[in-house]
Design a protein around this ligand. Structure first.
Ligand code: V0D
Length: 254
C-alpha cells in the first residue's frame, strides 16, 4: 500500500491530499546543494544555483495548495565557516532571487519575513531584503519566512537577554514569564509553530534550527538532495504528514 503510494505521480498525490488537514506551517532545511554538485563534478556554486529552482518549485506548490507559512533555512550562523568565496556567492543570492522573483511574489500577495541577524550580512544583501520586506509588508497571503544568519540557540539567548532586561528595569515580573510570553520574544514572534519539518539530504538532525518551535512538529526526512527535491517529494511529505495525523486521530479514539 505504502510502496504503491510512493509510485503515484504528482497528480495522483495531489488528489490524495486533503485540503482540510494541510500543515499550516511547513519548515524546510534546504540542505544537500554542495553534495549534489560534487556528485556531478560541478563547483558548489552550481549546487546552490540548482537549489534556487527547487525553492521556486516548493514555493509555487505551497501557494497552490494554500499553505499559510513556509519557513526556509537559507543560511545558518555556522555557514560563515565556509570558504570566503562561497559565503560571498551565497550572499549574492537573496538579491539575485528577489530581482527575478519579487514581482511575482507581490502578485501572489505573499509576505516576506526573515529570522536571524541581518545586520551582519553585507549591506547590499540587507538592502535587497529590506526592500522586499517593505514591498510585501501590507500583503495578506502566504508568509515566506527566510532564516538567514540564524541559529536556534542564539535566538533563545537573545530572547532571554530581552526578557532579563525587562525584569531588571522592573516592567516584567519573573512569575509573568510564560511559554507564550517567551515565544513572543523569539524571531518567529506571532507565528504559529511549524506543523511539519522537511529535511532533505539524508542528515537526521535538527542542526540548531527552530529549537523551541519544533517541540511538537512532525519531522520528515529524505535522502534526496535539495536540488533533486521536486514537487512530488513535497507532496509526499504532506501526504505522510496527513497519514500520521489520521493514525494519531484513530489511536486517540480507541
Ligand atoms: C542557497 C538553496 C533564496 C539553498 C536556495 C544567503 C542555499 C538558494 C534566498 C533568499 C539561498 C534569502 C532571503 C530573501 C529572499 C531569498 C537565499 C541564501 C541562500 C542565503 F529575502 N535562495 N537563497 N538565501 N540559496
Amino acid at each position: 500500500m505504502l510502496s504503491r503510494d510512493r509510485k503515484k505521480n504528482e497528480t495522483e498525490l495531489t488528489r490524495l491530499i486533503s485540503a482540510e488537514k494541510l500543515p499550516g506551517h511547513v519548515a524546510i532545511i534546504m540542505d544537500g546543494n554542495g553534495r549534489w554538485a560534487r556528485k556531478r563534478g560541478l563547483p558548489r556554486i552550481a549546487g546552490h544555483r540548482a537549489g534556487i529552482n527547487t525553492l521556486k518549485e516548493v514555493i509555487t506548490c505551497s501557494y497552490e495548495l494554500g499553505i499559510s507559512i513556509v519557513t526556509l533555512y537559507a543560511f545558518s550562523t555556522e555557514n560563515w565557516k565556509r570558504p570566503r568565496w562561497e559565503v560571498e556567492f551565497l550572499m549574492s543570492l537573496p538579491g539575485e532571487y528577489l530581482h527575478k522573483e519579487l514581482q511575482s511574489l507581490i502578485e501572489k500577495n505573499i509576505i516576506i519575513k526573515t529570522m536571524g541577524n541581518l545586520e551582519q550580512l553585507p549591506e547590499v544583501t540587507q538592502r535587497a531584503i529590506n526592500n522586499a520586506l517593505e514591498a510585501t509588508r501590507d500583503n495578506s497571503g502566504m508568509i515566506l519566512n527566510f532564516a538567514l544568519n540564524y541559529g536556534g540557540r542564539n535566538e533563545i539567548l537573545n530572547a532571554v537577554r530581552k526578557i532579563a532586561a525587562r525584569v531588571k528595569e522592573g516592567s516584567l515580573k519573573t512569575e509573568e514569564i510564560s511559554e507564550d510570553l517567551f515565544a513572543g520574544y523569539l524571531d518567529t514572534g506571532g507565528l504559529p509553530d511549524p506543523d511539519l519539518l522537511i529535511r532533505p539530504s539524508g542528515e537526521l538532525r535538527i542542526s540548531n534550527f527552530l529549537l523551541w518551535q519544533l517541540a511538537y512538529t512532525e519531522l520528515w526526512f529524505t535522502r534526496i538532495l535539495w536540488p533533486d527535491f521536486k514537487k512530488e517529494h513535497f507532496l509526499k511529505a504532506i501526504l505522510d504528514y496527513q497519514e500520521r495525523e489520521r493514525r494519531f486521530g484513530g489511536i486517540n479514539k480507541l
